[in-house]
Write a protein that binds this ligand. Sequence first.
Ligand SMILES: C[S@@+](CC[C@H](N)C(=O)[O-])C[C@H]1O[C@@H](n2cnc3c(N)ncnc32)[C@H](O)[C@@H]1O
Length: 283
Amino acid sequence: MNILIKQARLGIHDKTKPTSPKLTRPGITLTDRIRSGYHRIWYEATQALRWSRGTYRETPIGTHPHLTPSQQNRIEELSKSYGIRFELRYPPETSLFNYGYLDLLDRAQKSLNWNIPQQQHVCDVGSANFAYAAALQAFFLPSQLVGTEVDGHRLYCNGRSRIDYAQGHIQDLPHTHYIVADYRQYQHPADIITVWYPFVTPKPLLAWRLPLSLFDPAALFAKIANNLVIGGTFVMINHSPTEASVAHSIAESVGLVCKGQYVHHTSLRPRAQPAVLTLWQQS
Ligand SMILES: C[S@@+](CC[C@H](N)C(=O)[O-])C[C@H]1O[C@@H](n2cnc3c(N)ncnc32)[C@H](O)[C@@H]1O
């Protein structure tokens, strides 16, 4: 029922909510526009080609070489608490990646006293090849987990595409899906929406080899607000306190309300700056 009411609200909201200007932003140089044009050609070519060689499964080796003692201890702790061993399913780099994401979520939950009901519909926005899907599964124990990615057909040097890897990463995970879609046009309600490291300034998007036409954080966040069921939670992770502050203003401008923030000072993997997790709800 809540979902239906929410969807009814969506139609009105979508029509009235202005989207942000895209290419007229200050700070975007001619070189940026040229780079953007180049990225656009590749992006559109891969979208048209939709290349896939089928599910690609990376080979695990069952262990992590070269961990520090503190990394080993923390991994042991997380493995026991969540009953998982990512290293049995993924190669060391992907496994450590998952422990890193789970570490942040786990510490944020404890610090913010964040109550997470199980069996929720969880949607992740901008999932890349969804290498961290297993961490989201372990943490949220969702009834459904969906990863959405606009550039899901991107080709890697080995002839595989992002969707091939994503399908391999989620292969053994229950009720988990990967969808290639522009989230700004994605219309599906969710109890929890996560977004890890969204682009809130244009330069990182260009560095990620995407065209500036995809830079529209206000429209992305507005869609997230629209897709959240009443009482649902939006979980945003940013690369640094500075980036989190930019994201904060954009989220507030689309009517989201901050419910708590956690700065991750003790990252499992070395980082230049601490990641910041912020919880949001609709006003
Ligand atoms: C900085 S990357 C982070 C990737 C991933 N969340 C992670 O933590 O590794 C941002 C991702 O968002 C995706 N993205 C950007 N705009 C999007 C949109 N409108 N809809 C879906 N995905 C989008 C990009 O293609 C990119 O993969």
